[in-house]
Design a protein around this ligand. Structure first.
Ligand SMILES: C[S@@+](CC[C@H](N)C(=O)[O-])C[C@H]1O[C@@H](n2cnc3c(N)ncnc32)[C@H](O)[C@@H]1O
Length: 419
């Protein structure tokens, strides 16, 4: 049976929320002010509504610009006006902080970056009847879309999609799905396959021939493979190394190297970090990846970079222009930098994964470092960690929201603390 519902607010992950007597009902692709018809069901203890129709439109609603929006699971908020979308993104950060009783002394103007330049994507690919279909998953499904355009991705990556479908056909197993990660930097691209390939599930002659065809026919510079997520990727063929330049640091990127999803986003985050970093000193870069911030920090002093991915640390240690760099392979969740170790730095930057850096921050909170700079892609874990720092005597000086994840519910931020 269908219900008539009014949408009261928009949740943190982009679902509209109707407040019913039974509790909150989440309905995706809706907005506050929409009157809708939906079928409500309970899954995993949560009330969800399947949208049947929008009866009366919210004043914030518009037609999504992407022709694939109805089926593709990539974006979550293309159907809202620019003004509404921007306010919502900033609210996500403000509310996360407010829930932890925090408010920065300065809110820097948020930065909204243009879409259409995302330089990394993970597609799914399945082979059926000898034909490969490669694309994003459909919304709320494990079927793969055959989208022909995307307003978020760098067009170069989308062009590779069709070439990959053809080239990978001999290498994939019938009926099996693999992940295909594509990353593009400075006009060069890499592909990393995760999952079973070849007759026995591992690279064989067929796979090597497919890899050779791929680099010849598509201009891809390197192709790698791994059996499972979290395994190290093995390079199958490389005709040109992928290089990145971070400030004065030249780094040969290993397969699957973490890069900020867009180049404009990288520049914006680096600028925001460097704005609040002292002009000179002894610095630490925690969760450094391949050196996005390290390279620029080196222009102001010495840097100890800490990171748990071995190939990233090896790449940093081999990089050119790294005279005052010390790159350390360390798991900062299990073995956080201790308060005394940390106290020798003039400033420390930390940019953890979405889970945040709770154990690490407990140590930093008790350190004597005068300046901490946090970069975060998850306002909720950031706010949790920021509260630990504030309880340890730090002052939250400033926060700047940076939206490089256009039309998604994700938002990045840079925050500065002093003690
Ligand atoms: C959001 S990325 C930031 C990387 C880098 N700062 C940049 O902007 O390119 C988070 C980084 O944390 C690393 N990481 C994840 N878990 C870790 C852990 N337990 N200890 C140390 N580093 C970790 C990841 O490998 C990744 O490089």
């Amino acid at each position: 049976m269908a219900d008539d519902l009014l949408i009261h607010e928009l949740g943190l992950t982009g679902d509209g929320i109707h407040q019913s007597e039974q509790g909150r009902v989440y309905i995706d692709r809706t907005l506050p002010g929409d009157s809708i018809r939906a079928k409500v069901r309970k899954t995993g203890g949560v009330l969800r509504g399947d949208l049947i129709e929008v009866v009366a439109h919210s004043p914030h609603r518009l037609t999504a610009p992407c022709q694939h929006y109805a089926v593709c699971g990539g974006c979550s908020l293309q159907h809202a006006t620019e003004e509404f979308y921007r306010n919502w993104k900033v609210e996500i950060v403000r509310v996360a902080l407010e829930r932890q009783g925090l408010s920065p002394k300065i809110w820097h103007d948020p930065l909204f970056l243009p879409g259409g330049n995302r330089r990394r994507a993970t597609f799914a690919a399945t082979k059926r009847n000898s034909t490969v279909r490669l694309g994003y998953f459909r919304r709320r499904s494990h079927d793969i879309t055959d989208i022909t355009s995307c307003l978020v991705l760098d067009p170069l990556i989308l062009q590779l999609r069709l070439k990959l479908e053809t080239a990978l056909a001999p290498a994939l197993q019938e009926g099996k799905t693999v992940d295909v990660f594509v990353q593009s930097i400075n006009g060069l691209s890499e592909v990393v396959i995760t999952g079973p390939v070849g007759e026995k599930g591992v690279p064989d002659l067929q796979m090597h021939e497919a890899a050779a065809d791929l680099v010849q026919a598509s201009g891809i510079s390197r192709m790698s493979w791994r059996a499972r997520e979290h395994d190290e990727a093995e390079v199958q063929i490389e005709i040109r190394p992928l290089q990145a330049k971070f400030g004065s640091l030249d780094v040969a990127l290993p397969p699957l190297a973490f890069l900020q999803p867009t180049l404009v986003g990288e520049h914006a985050l680096v600028a925001a970090v460097m704005d609040v970093l002292p002009m000179t000193g002894k610095f630490a870069d925690l969760f450094s990846g391949c050196g996005t911030f390290t390279g620029h920090m080196l222009e102001r002093g010495s840097v100890d970079a800490y990171e748990s991915v071995g190939p990233a640390i090896r790449a940093l240690n081999k990089s050119k222009g790294a005279k005052s760099l010390n790159a350390v392979h360390r798991d900062l969740f299990r073995n956080p930098l201790g308060r005394d170790e940390a106290s020798g730095y003039d400033a420390l930057v930390f940019d953890p994964p979405r889970a945040g850096a709770e154990e690490q921050v407990k140590e930093l909170a008790l350190s004597k470092i005068p300046r901490l700079v946090a970069v975060s892609c998850n306002p909720v874990t950031f706010a949790r960690d920021a509260r630990i720092l504030v309880e340890g005597g730090y002052v939250l000086d400033s926060v700047k929201a940076v939206d490089q994840f256009t039309w998604s519910h994700h938002v990045e931020l840079v925050a500065a603390f002093t003690k």
